[in-house]
Write a protein that binds this ligand. Structure first.
Ligand SMILES: Cc1cc2nc3c(=O)[nH]c(=O)nc-3n(C[C@H](O)[C@H](O)[C@H](O)COP(=O)(O)OP(=O)(O)OC[C@H]3O[C@@H](n4cnc5c(N)ncnc54)[C@H](O)[C@@H]3O)c2cc1C
Length: 366
């Protein structure tokens, strides 16, 4: 039998307050729903991320921000170009329209502040341990149990709620990131590829860069080892001064995206993790979070069942987001082909129409 949902203490409980969770909570609260947003962390906090925010998400991001931060974020560093350093060669590509570089320290905290402003109840330092469904959802977080009519899992790639069978998956990587002082960095996002991984360097402002790497654990265990793995990156980083200690995350691995699980809608990385070099994870998270809330609204207002809401979300997810995952996976596979073939392909990628096509194909349809 289809469930129309019994009333919970909250209409919607969102687990995880990254870009996906906050986007979801803000969208639902603005539509008049009673929303609880739970995160295990306390904000602001640093997070492993290249912090390249693609143009496709900037409009939505602006609309999700509160009045105080909306204009400030529009003025963040523009990234109008990308440079790829691979096999001793480098190519430059336009990023048009330009992306922005926005530290997660600021971005996630600003979205959370906006959620609070919209009337969302926010609990920081509240790790969700368990979710039960029995007509309503009961969400156990920290020492408290909350009830909700619907739940969105936006807890990222790997959490108590988002664990997948990775047995036999040997493609596991770690992520590392820190900011460094660099005088007058170029305005491009620079991707340095080396055996076992790559490192992206993005300007944060006129005197700081973000260096963020994804590497096989056997290839490097620290950012110093990452920098030493690429001659040009090593030369560039020699005079860098760290702004804060490196943060790390693991495991990173890829799997088939899933839009729903155990009655919950999955949004952002908890639904699927796109290769970071595509620079679209934050955009997918913001759009996915907003879409999850929009898909649940007809259920929360008694018009359709939870199952129907899930079906609508799943089909919109497949249509709008899955092509970006597939195309990013194809690009990743190209990195594994023999060097002489890769070298020819790189020549092709250097042409503007091909580069534009590749960028478009790895973007969420918004
Ligand atoms: C190395 C690397 C580089 C990247 N670079 C870029 C880039 O340049 N551009 C880009 O667009 N994307 C990039 N990404 C991807 C991007 O970081 C993610 O796609 C994005 O953060 C997804 O947002 P999210 O809200 O789904 O998840 P997250 O940002 O991971 O947020 C999940 C939240 O859930 C919380 N949480 C976890 N478990 C629980 C729990 N049990 N209870 C409550 N809360 C919980 C966490 O504390 C966190 O705040 C990169 C990723 C990596 C690993």
């Amino acid at each position: 039998m289809e469930s129309m949902g019994a009333q919970g203490e909250f209409d919607l409980i969102v687990a995880g307050a990254g870009p996906a969770g906050s986007a979801c909570a803000i969208t639902a609260a603005r539509a008049g729903q009673r929303v609880l947003l739970l995160d295990k962390d306390k904000f602001p906090r640093h997070k492993v991320c290249g912090e390249f925010v693609s143009a496709e998400s900037l409009h939505l991001l602006q609309s999700l921000m509160g009045d105080a931060t909306r204009h400030e974020f529009a003025a963040r560093a523009q990234v109008p170009a990308a440079r790829v350093f691979l096999d001793g060669k480098s190519i430059s590509l336009p990023v048009a329209p330009p992306a922005r570089s926005i530290p997660r320290f600021d971005l996630d905290a600003a979205l959370l502040a906006s959620a609070r402003q919209c009337g969302v109840r926010v609990e920081e330092g509240a790790a969700v341990r368990l979710v039960n469904w029995n007509g309503t959802f009961t969400v156990h977080a920290a020492e408290t149990a909350f009830t909700g009519t619907a739940v969105v899992n936006a807890t990222g790639r790997w959490s108590q709620l988002t664990q997948y069978d990775v047995a036999g998956n040997n493609d596991k990587c770690i992520g590392l990131k820190a900011h460094f002082r660099e005088a007058a960095p170029p305005s491009s996002v620079d991707l340095y590829f080396f055996p076992g991984g790559y490192c992206g360097v993005t300007p944060v402002d006129g005197e700081t860069v973000n260096a963020c790497a994804m590497v096989h654990s056997g290839a490097a265990r620290s950012l110093d080892e990452v920098f030493a793995a690429h001659p040009e990156l090593w030369r560039r980083s020699r005079d860098w001064q760290p702004v804060f200690s490196a943060v790390t995350t693991s495991p990173l691995y890829f799997r088939k995206p899933e839009a729903c699980d155990q009655g919950m809608l999955l949004a952002g990385d908890s639904a699927g993790f796109i290769d970071p070099f595509a620079g679209d994870g934050i955009s997918l998270a913001l759009h996915g979070g907003a879409l999850a809330a929009e898909s649940l609204l007809p259920f929360l207002t008694g018009k359709i069942s939870l199952e129907r809401s899930q079906q609508e979300y799943r089909s919109a997810y497949v249509h709008r987001f899955l092509p970006a995952f597939r195309n990013a996976a194809r690009l990743r596979a190209l990195l594994a082909v023999p060097k002489w073939i890769r070298s020819r392909l790189l020549g092709l990628v250097g042409s503007r129409p091909v580069a534009n096509l590749i960028v478009r194909r790895t973007r969420a349809q918004v």
